[in-house]
Design a protein around this ligand. Structure first.
Ligand code: ME8
Length: 514
């Protein structure tokens, strides 16, 4: 790719290695993957990164509770996250572990830069800390439960800590942050988290404790080994590690600033307040957008270790197929909102939208080509008005979806593709090629060719969502490897290709008890 190619840098949160990956981690990875794949198929030069967040008290305590040496524990869970991403077909270009040497180097360099610029000073922290959230909690943020215990706003337990600590002069950045939000309305999405962040910053910022002295599992503060960096200072830096920071001659350096940090809404504050402030303090360009998505519950309940209801994404993919799972997660709720995973809803979408709408459309069209045209793709024929108007819908689909994807409307973009699926189903019913077989074979061939063109557009545009089945569908349509980008849609397939024998791609799911 030459230097003029648009670059697109996208990240997921890096996951704490304090438990097994669950459907929430798969969700954020899949959403970022859909966007990364979409931008690649759109001809852009993409850097897509993910990783694991391995330091801090929470990880140290979890490893200790299991009687495993911390690094060995982190190695194991980090590998579980990698495996989860392989199982979900996540197309990352790199995976950052915060225990990697390259990351320690980047975090140390950032710390030194921020210190050199006068934004870090030594003091002492006295107040509340939530290990589960890895967050300092202000007295005014505490929530009192009915039984009188004080907890973090997330409901996590808090403890009183008092320790020497380095502070970051966050309070100096209030005005610059507000100006950033005001001048760049797209910096935080969607609107809900944006308003929350703005009002949090407007209400006044305190300096932020950025080191801990009560445990050792972290990156040492330069020149003061009694302190380790606060895990969020360390973790956020992973995005710079990925572009080779502080080495500006690194081939990846051109991928900064990041275009998009995908995060869950509970960590929007770290990404929209602390992170840009650290970068401003270091004189580094800011990412263009932080998009905070919603929270999944399972059958109406919050997922938690104590309830034991955390869903294993691999088990779901094994049961329903990976692409059906990816489809469901992207389809069920407009990206940004909260949602609930229910088996019933998963099965309904599989059967109605995948098996009936899309699967049948392809199967009905391709089986007739196999049966009535010897499996040979017909040339484009004479187009009727009906043909032209539906082909026009297909022609504008890529640009409509690209607009939606630009504003991270992953679900709406998918719905646009579905509008064409539904329109193509009405078209096939209206044209009834099975009846034309007896009256007008030429017209039957023309109709089937229009259908192939429609399905090709649909399958091409759905590749980011369902990479495995769409790959198969494109193969069944006779679309070669080099003809699967969005731009390639502008060149019609040559007639005469012999198509492989079609087979159903989306079987109906039948519950065993049904
Ligand atoms: O917060 N629904 O890591 P983490 C939707 N290490 N998404 C969910 C989810 C759910 N129920 N549960 C988790 C951390 N997620 C830090 C991040 S970044 C520099 C450091 C997803 O292991 C969601 O994206 O707690 C959330 O933000 C992320 O996993 C949190 O993962």
């Amino acid at each position: 790719m030459d230097d003029m190619t648009r670059r697109f840098t996208i990240t997921t949160p890096i996951f704490y290695v304090n438990g097994a990956p669950h459907i929430g981690h798969a969700y954020t990875s899949i959403a970022a993957d859909v966007l990364a794949r979409f931008h690649r198929l759109n001809g852009e030069n993409v850097l897509f990164i993910s990783g694991t967040d391995e330091h801090g008290q929470k990880v140290e305590q979890t490893a200790a509770a299991q009687g495993i040496e911390t690094q060995a524990y982190a190695d194991k869970i980090s590998e579980d996250f990698r495996q989860m991403q392989r199982d979900m077909a996540i197309s990352t270009d790199d995976f950052i572990r915060t225990t990697d040497e390259r990351h320690k180097k980047a975090a140390t360099a950032l710390w030194n830069k921020v210190t050199e610029n006068g934004h870090i000073y030594l003091g002492a922290y006295e107040g509340w800390y939530s290990t589960r959230d890895e967050a300092f909690i202000g007295e005014d943020e505490l929530v009192t439960k009915p039984d009188g215990t004080k907890v973090a706003p997330s409901g996590a337990p808090v403890e009183r800590v008092k320790e020497p600590s380095y502070f970051f002069r966050l309070s100096d950045f209030q005005d610059r942050l507000l100006k950033l939000y005001e001048e760049n309305p797209d910096f935080i999405g969607p609107a809900g988290p944006r308003r929350e962040i703005e009002s949090f910053v407007k209400s006044g910022l305190r300096d932020l404790s950025v080191s801990r002295t009560s445990f050792k599992w972290g990156i040492p503060v330069p020149n003061d080994p009694d302190h380790v960096m606060y895990v969020w200072f360390d973790a956020l830096t992973n995005y710079l590690t990925a572009v080779g920071y502080p080495d500006l001659s690194d081939p990846r350096a051109k991928f900064w600033p990041a275009d998009l940090h995908i995060v869950g809404k509970e960590i929007a504050r770290f990404h929209c307040v602390y992170w840009p402030a650290f970068l401003m303090a270091a004189g580094i360009e800011l990412p263009k957008c932080v998009f905070a998505h919603g929270w999944w519950t399972v059958e109406g309940e919050k997922m938690s270790k104590s309830l034991g209801n955390a869903l294993d994404p691999k088990a779901l993919a094994d049961e329903f197929s990976l692409d059906a799972l990816r489809f469901f997660l992207m389809r069920e709720v407009p990206f940004g909102g909260d949602s609930n995973f229910s088996r019933r809803s998963m099965i309904t979408r599989m059967n109605v939208e995948l098996a009936n709408d899309l699967g049948n459309l392809a199967q009905r069209s391709l089986s007739q080509i196999a049966k009535n045209l010897g499996g040979v793709l017909p040339e484009r024929g004479v187009l009727t008005e009906d043909d032209q108007s539906i082909l026009a819908l297909a022609q504008i689909l890529p640009s409509i979806m690209a607009e939606q994807i630009e504003r991270k409307a992953i679900t709406e973009a998918l719905e646009e593709a579905w509008k064409l699926v539904r329109a193509a189903n009405s078209y096939i019913d209206r044209q009834a090629p099975w009846a034309l077989k007896k009256t007008n074979m030429d017209r039957m061939a023309d109709v089937l060719r229009v259908l192939v063109d429609l399905i090709r557009t649909i399958a091409t545009m759905l590749q980011p969502y369902m990479p495995i089945t769409m790959d198969k569908m494109l193969t069944q349509l006779g679309v070669e490897e080099g003809e699967r980008s969005f731009a390639a849609l502008e060149v019609p397939l040559p007639g005469g290709r012999v198509l492989p024998k079609p087979e159903g791609l989306f079987p109906r799911f039948v519950e065993e008890t049904e």
